[in-house]
Design a protein around this ligand. Structure first.
Ligand code: HEM
Length: 229
């Protein structure tokens, strides 16, 4: 009887979150939000190729309405927290569900994919923290002074340091893997599993991941080559 009372008191969102599928859907939705940000941010950053005025104007534009900027920041932060929280809980469940002495992996492909997610995820989190300290707060900015509001200068001076660029390039490649595998699992979580369309969607996710990686890494590479200065 007591169980029924506790069960009745549980809200629908709590029941949804408690279910493995609920957590997978949360991962898919928050992943999709972060993915949209990654695309928008890449397009914004590519304005570096149009010169300092264009990129700095874009930086100022983002700050015109602080309410919008902070709403976006809060949505992104909430998405990152939920995404990681659900990932950790799903990983814990997977470990608990694994029988003792489990030696042979039945599904090598999906196991490889999820293993990639569990190590690329934490490295990407480390990258984002470094990136915020590097180009938003300017607390860590080797290679030149961080100038508040001069986004172009901060990006170019920042990437002239080879090891900073190398760290960005490495992280962007991991981001590409993470997006590709993330898209695969997202299709599964939301029930898109069709013999004809799933391979096409998987291929589209891979192509998009490559475009994103190339878009982002073109910036540090161009700075290192002296094409952007
Ligand atoms: C070559 C790669 C990248 C460059 C040149 C770049 C550049 C920048 C710059 C200049 C800012 C500060 C903007 C400003 O203060 O006006 C910024 C902020 C930010 N970047 Fe990046 N970024 C890169 C990659 C990424 C990636 C891959 C992610 C996410 C996975 C990311 C996430 C963020 C976030 C969350 C912010 C803070 C936005 C805010 O102010 O609320 N960036 N980036």
């Amino acid at each position: 009887m007591a169980t029924t009372v506790i069960g009745a008191r549980e809200t629908r969102p709590a029941r949804f979150w408690a279910a493995t599928n609920g957590k997978k859907v949360v991962m898919a939705i928050t992943g999709a939000i972060l993915f949209l940000f990654v695309i928008g941010h890449m397009l914004g950053n590519l304005q570096v190729f149009e010169g300092p005025d264009k990129l700095n104007a874009y930086g100022r534009f983002l700050r015109i309405v602080p309410e919008i900027l902070w709403t976006v920041r809060i949505v992104l932060l909430a998405s990152v927290i939920l995404h990681i929280w659900a990932a950790v809980q799903l990983a814990a469940r997977k470990i608990q569900a694994r029988p003792v002495g489990y030696a042979k992996h039945e599904n090598v492909v999906s196991d490889y994919a999820s293993r990639t997610m569990y190590w690329s995820g934490p490295i990407l989190l480390a990258f984002v923290i470094f990136h915020l300290l590097h180009l938003t707060a300017g607390v860590i900015h080797p290679g030149g002074e961080f100038v508040e509001g001069d986004v172009y200068h901060n990006v170019v001076a920042g990437f002239q340091v080879w090891y900073v660029s190398a760290w960005y390039i490495f992280s962007m490649i991991l981001l590409g893997f993470h997006i590709r595998h993330g898209a695969w699992s997202m299709f599964q979580s939301v029930g898109i599993n069709h013999p004809r369309y799933t391979p096409i969607l998987k291929k589209a996710a891979a192509v998009l991941a490559v475009v994103i990686v190339l878009g982002y890494i073109s910036i540090p590479i161009s700075v290192l080559l002296g094409l952007v200065k």
